[in-house]
Ligand binder design. Sequence first.
Ligand code: SF4
Length: 345
Amino acid sequence: MRWENLTDSGHGRAADAALFGADAVTTRTFDMPEFRGITFHEVRARSILNRVPGASRMPFEWTVNPYRGCTHACVYCFARKTHSYLDLDTGLGFDSQIVVKVNAPELLRRQLASRRWQGEHVAMGTNVDCYQRAEGRYRLMPGIIAALSDRANPFSILTKGTLILRDLDLLTRAARVTDVGISVSVGFTDADLWRTVEPGTPAPERRLEVVRTLGEHGIGCGVLMAPVIPFLGDQPAQLRATVRAIAASGATSVTPLVLHLRPGAREWFMAWLAAHHPHLVRRYERLYAEGAYAPKWYQRRITRQVHDLAREYGIGPARAGMPRRIGEPEPAEPVAPEPTQLSLL
Ligand code: SF4
């Protein structure tokens, strides 16, 4: 692995310096149960506001990702591919080799103050979960939220992490001065499926408690129902149970998104499928024969079913991947979501 070489001998320094600055990397492990087996690579990033390539298809143009890699370890996570750009493993390496941009808050504050910055919406949680376990230790999000809030810069956060409630006061304060959209990702409520396919995440019902608590504090929270996993989480009774639980949490919206399997995620997911549900391998190969996305007819079917259930349970639909901003009216008609760059948080 390039970074082990880097710390030992300096090999690879030029490439890493290009990404993270000449200060390069400090590698740490912590002997605590929640961090066992995880290696943190602390870097000083050179830039923290990232422009989304092909942003015209996205509901946002700018993102902030204070980490790379994610201990939530969702088998299907499409962001796995990003670890290969650092010569890190996209399987277990993605789950346990976490890059921490330790200067993210100060860097963001500086970039937001630039005369070139136009105050555009900043989306977080699009490529990594900023409330993964590492955040409990590094506490980067309070500084990031404060930097955005001080500039009244609109932002959104998509997460599976209950740790977001630690920052409730900051979020409430931010929502008084700018548009803040929070969205929690819950693709299903099936406990067996959760344990195997999202092994590092808080349980779905705990995530829905986050939705409830945010709502009780005046921060409307949408649910990205993602991913809906074909043949494992898409049965009518499963969809109903999930939408019912989402409705009970007081979510302001529900947006379904079917599993997509891009290179990096596809190999890891298919290996998991072969180990846990071998009888489904052929069906998946057929369903995803055309590439990363399930066929349109399948996506439309799931979208229709979820929107019908959402209407039945009194939840409003939202735009794909975009948490409804506080005070923003809900769309009049259901909007079929397009696949986005979201990592299916
Ligand atoms: S899908 Fe989201 S929460 Fe899961 S591993 Fe990827 S970035 Fe983390």
